[in-house]
Design a protein. Structure first.
Length: 251
């Protein structure tokens, strides 16, 4: 099979997943966007967390042109990406009990805020504990995960539960177990993951819904503009000044 045909198969697979989440998660997307708008309108702060490659989708909605300025990255050192050495340490940290509570206790997150937690499998101790403790602190939690993992994998948290069990709203990415869309007779392992594409699109749909919900209430969404467009820096400076007490990535 030619490289171009493999590329086409991957695009088809990704498009198919995007269509599924658009249609099958429509109600949850609307609810998540509304909850974010409620939080902004009520003076709350927004946070996003993901470990490993799930952090890519979290970072995609933080300090982003066209995105809400109030979304902050909740950082767990060593799990933000593959920059930690060795890279396998990040995976190991996801299975450590107690880490999430330590991070939340030292973060600015408080009751009335909202936390988006992204975990493809939703089975590791870190995202499960993060959701449990966040709700105990009075935060609302939106979980982004593949519910399919709960049917064929065992939880790695002592409670035996998954991320989806501790969320106010669950967004199902519909990603198949193993996160690889393609197979080929001449290649032993499945390949071509699509979770980043789908999860990022799912979250951007939620953020768009939140912006629209705020506008419907007569509230100007605190959106950032591209710094590469004339006037962008001035616009962003105004937004960051107005909402400075709810933006933590500048400190």
């Amino acid at each position: 099979m030619s490289d171009s045909k493999l590329a086409g198969r991957f695009f088809d697979a990704a498009i198919g997943l995007l269509q599924r989440v658009r249609d099958e998660d429509a109600e949850e997307i609307e609810a998540a966007g509304t909850l974010i708008a409620d939080t902004v309108a009520d003076g709350g702060r927004l946070f996003a967390f993901g470990a490993g490659h799930s952090s890519v989708a979290a970072q995609d909605i933080v300090y982003r042109a066209g995105g809400l300025a109030l979304m902050n990255l909740l950082v767990v050192p060593g799990t933000v990406g593959v920059d930690v050495m060795p890279a396998t340490l990040g995976s190991a940290l996801e299975r450590v009990d107690g880490l999430a509570s330590a991070v939340l206790d030292s973060s600015p997150a408080r009751a009335g805020d909202l936390l988006v937690i992204i975990s493809l499998s939703g089975r590791n101790a870190l995202p499960v504990e993060m959701a449990m403790n966040a709700r105990a602190l009075g935060l609302r939690v939106i979980g982004v995960t593949s519910v399919a993992y709960t049917t064929e994998t065992k939880s790695r948290h002592s409670s035996g539960t998954y991320l989806k069990d501790h969320c106010d709203i669950v967004l199902d990415s519909r990603i198949p177990i193993g996160d690889a869309e393609l197979t080929l007779d001449t290649i032993e392992a499945p390949f071509a993951p699509a979770s980043t594409v789908v999860t990022s699109a799912l979250l951007q749909a939620v953020m768009a819904t939140a912006a629209g919900a705020l506008a419907e209430r007569g509230i100007e969404p605190p959106l950032l503009r591209s710094g590469n467009v004339d006037g962008g820096h001035e616009w962003n400076g105004r937004v960051m000044t107005e909402y400075g007490d709810r933006i933590f990535y500048r400190h």
